[in-house]
Each structure stands twice: as C-alpha cells, then as structure tokens.
Ligand binder design. Sequence first.
Ligand code: SF4
Length: 439
Amino acid sequence: MYPLQPENVYVHETVAGNELYMGRVNRVIAALEKPVVPTVYADVDLPEMISNGLMAKRGSMGTLDEIRDPSLLFNTFRFDDQASERIARLVEMGVTQTGSLTNLLGHQAFRWANYNQEGDPNRGHKVCRPCWRIHQQNGCVHRCHYCGLGGLLIAGVNVEEYCHWLGKLIEMHPWQLTYLLDDDGDPPGLEPELGCLGELIEFFGTLENRYLIIHTKTWNTEWNTEWMRELRHNGNTIIVWSVSGPNQSRFIEPRTGTTEERIEAARIAQEAGYQIRYKFKPIIPVKGWEEDAAFTAKLMFERTDPDVISLCSFMWMDIDDLKRRLPVEHLDPAFLAAAEEAKDTIGKVTTRPFPPIARQRIYETHLREIRRWNEAVPVSLSTESFDMWKSLGDAMGFSATDYPCGCGPFTVPGAPTLACHPFRTATRMDNGRIPCVTG
Ligand code: SF4
C-alpha cells in the first residue's frame, strides 16, 4: 500500500472485537510510515467525533490550505434495515451534518443507482444507466484538487459477510453483468495489507459471467498492481484506469502518479490476465491539453490493449466553484472564457461549466488521437448528456442506448455489442430485501 501518515486511526468496536478483522487493520497500521495507536469507538461516540472534526477535512482538496493523508476509519458493513433509526438517534444526540452518516454507520455497502428513473434529479440529462453500485470504501489518498474525498478514508472490513450478501444481490438481478466498485474512493490504496479487495476479486472469480469493475488512478506497480498477479480472478475482474495527460496529472492530481506510471500499472494488470480499460475522466482543459491527449493516446496503445475507452470532460460544478478548486493559471484561457460566457445560461446541468461546443471539441480531439493508433477500439462518452450523444453518435459509431460503457452494467470483457436496451432492462428486482441506499 501507499506509505501513509494518517493523523488518526479509528476502529469500530465490531472490528476491535473480531480477530480476523483486527488482523486486517493491524497489517495496515504496521505499514504506516509512523506508528499510530488506534482509537476504538462505538456509534454513540460519533457525535463527539464529528464535533471534534472527523469530517472537517472533507472539502474540495484544491480549496484547503494544507492537504494531508486522510485519517483511517475501519468499520463493519451492516446488512439490516436499521439505518434510519441509527441516523435518527445520532440526530437526537445533536449531529447536524447528516450527509456522511450512512457511510459512517456502515450502511453503504450496496446502492441502487436510480439513473434516469423516478427520483433521479438528473433524469433525462445524463445518460448513465440504472444499476447496482457496490462499495467497500469511501475516501481516498490521492489528493486530486477537484475532489472532496480526502480527509477521512472509511473502509468496511467484514468482506466475508459482504460477499454473502453480494451473492444474494447478484442472484436476484440476472440482467446485471458487471458491478462497479467504489465510485467514491480508489479501492487499491490500502491493499494488499487490508486484504479485502483480493477477497472480493476472488469471490467474483468463482462466478459465471459476472464481473467486478475496479476504477482507479493507482500507479505504483509495486504497491498497487504486482500483488494482484497471484489472485484467482478467473478473468472476472475488469480494471479501469482513469488517465490524464502529463500537465493535468502533474498540476492537479499530484498523488496519482504520472501518465506513464498509470499506464505501466495497467500493463502489469493486463499481463496478469485482467481486462483493462481507460477513462479520460475528468478531462480538464489545461494549457497544452491537446498535446496531452496525443501523448497519452499514443502511450496507451504502445503499451496496452484496452477493450473500451471512455471520455468525460470536467463537469459537476459552476465556473466559480471550478476556479476555487483548480489552479486557473494552468487552464486554457479559451475554455475558461467559454465557461464564463455560458455561466448565466448553462443552468444547473451536471455537465456544466463548459458549454456543449467546448466539450465537443475536447471529445473530437481525443477521438482523433485515439484513432491515430487504433481504428477499432470502442470509444464512448461517460456521464454525458443525451444531446452530446446526438451530436457525436455518428463519429463514435454508437448512440446513448447502445454504447459500451466503461463501468457497466452490461459491458463485459471484450466489450461486445449490447444485447439489451439498458434503460428498459435494468430494474430493481429484490423487492426491498437487500438493505441498501438509493439515489
Ligand atoms: S483518485 Fe478519484 S477519489 Fe481519489 S482523490 Fe482523485 S478523484 Fe478523488
């Protein structure tokens, strides 16, 4: 795992009382750069921990005066229907920041992502498909300036129980073929010491035509990739590397390694038999972004053989928020001006702040650079709008309803053509029997 210096290590009483789980935690503690004596806590201690700043460093990292390694919090996932009661008790005890309580209480193992269904605030504006998402962690060590997942890394360590419930979830949903892990973290960061990700990879290795998708920016081959060689993955784990060009990775994603390092980590995973994919996500129009795109596309095909590449420009916020989080001196002035000009008209769409014409230019440039080296690999848009798919569908060779998605829920290794309509096929089929979070 990465060499880390967390300020605190918290261990829930359900972890501290279990030899197997504590063995995992102790391996992580032994690998820290400086020794930390863990603090054992119970749910009832959370109000005080929160008022003492447990979540205080969860702001966008680019806005913080100082970014440090996150504190670590080890808990067990709970598979019961008591989430609302537990949250209500903490609110009665004075907790006002309720946004992270499902994570802190261990109720975030599985999430029904209701994309383009009733209750989805982005319905009709974002082409993501409804599916189950699964989680082992929340939080990250990578310090990307635009991200708010630093400060605290929460990890669930009861992976055996987790796989038991996951097996039930998978049985109940025969239409879902791939399961994206941790869209709110970067799961290999504490491995192999933690020993949870390997268990999950090997669990999927026992399944027929069901696949785990790990989305990562990890880069150190010794710490993050080599250990995966020995696992019995059976070809059932797909690893998607988020890549960015040299300027973006150097100035904005300082702990994620260089473009070369991430692609080398992917090469080793490929050599070990994992299907690899790439996402250019998020693509930030830094000065020199076109050269970055050319360099990265060339390198990825020189060294590896991905089955899908996805593209997603930087989005999710207003231009003023972007300027607070990112070092504007490194951004392309033409794109900044385009975002400023669109500020009053673009609305609250997920794809803001860059207007469609600016994002389209980013995608066309990346597609051209990819096609220089590979005529056939499917290239798709990630998290984009239905309108953008209409504009670029012909160039991409797909539409919003049939494109191969880098993170699921239907795109199995090799990325064959989709065999179903993703919005009509994906339905929740557990009748509420799987304890989960929705939204
Ligand atoms: S790698 Fe992902 S989760 Fe980690 S800090 Fe960067 S954006 Fe956030």
